[in-house]
Design a protein around this ligand. Structure first.
Ligand code: AAO
Length: 512
């Protein structure tokens, strides 16, 4: 009996690490600031057919609406209530989107902001996305309702009331992150309200949550909230499925709070992955691609089964959060695609693909003065929908990295090689590398300033393969480079350093 209990406890404690993706799919795409109606059609027309397992959506709850700066993207990280209306759409549109994505096997993960409400200087009135009244000065949010007693006012010991040092765990958890009114998650009432919000989303069909700002919440408080969560809807998920939890904790080392405090409850964002991969692919700090051989735990990252990884996220692609200038984004498209190719081929972690919008960058002394700019929008502030061009790319300022052939095809690559061992590593001691995934896929990258000419063991069965980076396999034809693998599993590779994309990837489903 005791043993059974232990087994159950063990199963439960790791249950929240499973993203519950369907049909052997393995990656999440963050459709940052997209409208619910657009996400619904994107699930049906693009994400499901191309093997994306899930989508992370922007915070769906009621948020403050700001005018200075004008409707910044980050206003959505300042909740006013847990009503479900935002510039992405209404509750009905949200629910319709979740149903339609689930119906085609694409999971929905919600960005949950539960650490705080709006900024202390948010004023009072009805300037909120559903029009609810609030008063930030008195800490009064009647639509939840929360009042003064539900915040950590008395607990914080800094004179400003804000976090002043990242070396003091009490400040980090009990004071305000950039002046955001800090909820007292030690109170059962607050936990209950937060859980009620999350359960409502679970009941309408979401598969899990990206938990915002977890560094700023005590692990025991988070655990108490998670314990109140329902199992996933049995309409779309096996019975007893726990919500997938991935917690945003920035730990690049050198601070009082470490990611390991959060491992038991769910996955955790591995920010070292993003910062380091950018450094290596840019060849900064004397880094070389060949050093990637022991990428993952070998680089002092968290255990793979705890990690949620990404090349860039909505913060560090614009200088917020952490990672700095090394982080690669769509603005550096050629290197970005290479880094994405590497990430999606490599077995470490659960992978998240970023899908962004363009904004007018305005650098002054290395800082982007326009890092606040919201999504493409109409003059009345409403978000523009995402138009699709005849060549399948997106228009109106939406970047849609997830629709770039190289990235989309590597998302598929990851599904095809899922569960296969990391194998047949090769490097030239510099910036040319190759590796495979068992006998199902192989990738070769040339990030040197000269050509790559090598015969390599691919691990693949003999045959002609279509390179999914330079083209696609369509109706048995290949629109890109072709690769001949011999009976000895070896193939000859030629990659010029001046190729549009200096890497090649083939897998068992790209065999002609
Ligand atoms: C906005 C305004 C503020 C204003 C506030 C309230 O910008 O001036 O005071 O409203 O009126 C987003 C935006 C914020 C925005 C906020 C609310 O990014 O600019 O504030 O919405 O609208 C910390 C947290 C992390 C957080 C990150 C941005 O730990 O959780 O800051 N990310 C999430 C979301 C994010 C959102 C929020 C949280 C809030 O993804 O979009 O904010 O809901 C160190 C610490 C990190 C810390 C960073 C930045 O990082 O380790 O924990 O992240 O500092 O403060 C090196 C170090 C690295 C260090 C980094 C930067 O790289 O190695 O550790 O330098 O110093």
């Amino acid at each position: 009996m005791k043993l059974l209990g232990l087994v159950a406890l063990f199963a439960l404690s790791f249950a929240q690490h499973d993203p519950h993706m369907k049909h052997g799919r393995t990656s999440i795409v963050h459709l940052f600031e997209w409208r619910w109606a657009d996400i619904a059609v994107e699930c049906e027309r693009y994400l499901a057919p191309n093997g994306f397992g899930g989508v992370q959506i922007s915070p769906p709850c009621e948020n403050i609406v700001l005018t200075n700066p004008w409707q910044p993207w980050w206003q959505r990280y300042q909740p006013i209530s847990y009503n479900l209306c935002s510039r992405s759409g209404t509750e009905e549109e949200l629910s319709d989107m979740i149903t339609r994505c689930n119906d085609v096997g694409v999971n929905v993960y919600v960005d949950a902001v539960i650490n705080h409400m709006c900024g202390a200087s948010g004023g009072k009135g009805h300037h909120s996305s559903c029009g609810s009244y609030f008063n930030a000065e008195n800490k009064d949010f009647p639509s939840v309702p929360y009042s003064y007693w539900d915040f950590n006012e008395g607990k914080c010991k800094t004179s400003s009331g804000d976090i002043e040092s990242y070396q003091d765990i009490f400040q980090i958890r009990d004071c305000r992150l950039v002046s955001l009114l800090d909820l007292a998650l030690e109170k059962d009432y607050v936990r209950g309200k937060v859980a009620q919000y999350m359960n409502k989303l679970i009941d309408i069909g979401v598969a899990g949550f990206r938990m915002d700002a977890c560094k700023h919440m005590w692990p025991a408080d988070l655990s108490a909230v998670y314990d109140k969560l329902h199992n996933l809807s049995s309409k779309w998920f096996p019975s007893d499925s726990r919500p997938f939890i991935y917690q945003e904790v920035i730990d690049l080392g050198g601070e009082a709070i470490q990611v390991k405090e959060y491992y038991d409850m769910g996955r955790v964002t591995e920010f070292k992955y993003s910062a380091k991969l950018g450094t290596v692919v840019r060849r900064w700090e004397k880094e070389k691609m060949s050093y990637l051989k022991n990428w993952g735990e070998g680089w002092a990252f968290m255990p793979s089964d705890k990690a949620l990884v990404f090349v860039d996220n909505h913060d560090n692609q614009r200088g917020h959060g952490a990672g700095g200038a090394s982080v690669l984004t769509f603005w550096d498209a050629r290197l970005y695609k290479m880094a994405m190719g590497f990430m999606l081929a490599h077995p470490y972690g659960v992978t998240r693909v970023m899908s962004s919008y363009r904004w007018d960058r305005l650098f002054q002394n290395g800082k982007d003065l326009n890092d606040w700019m919201g999504p493409p929008s109409h003059s009345n502030g409403s978000t523009k929908s995402v138009p699709i061009n005849p060549d399948t790319t997106c228009g109106d300022g939406w970047v849609c990295e997830h629709r770039w052939r190289q990235i989309r095809n590597m998302v598929k690559f990851r599904n095809v090689v899922n569960g296969q061992p990391y194998s047949n590593w090769w490097d030239n001691g510099n910036n040319q590398i190759a590796f495979g995934r068992g006998d199902r896929g192989f990738i070769v990258i040339n990030n040197d300033d000269w050509d790559l000419n090598e015969t390599l063991n691919t691990g693949l069965p003999a045959g002609i393969y279509c390179d999914v980076i330079s083209g696609d396999k369509l109706n048995g034809q290949c629109s890109g480079k072709q690769l001949k693998v011999g009976g000895d599993r070896r193939a000859q590779f030629h990659i010029s350093n001046t190729d549009e994309d200096p890497f090649i990837a083939v897998h068992i489903d790209s065999k002609l």
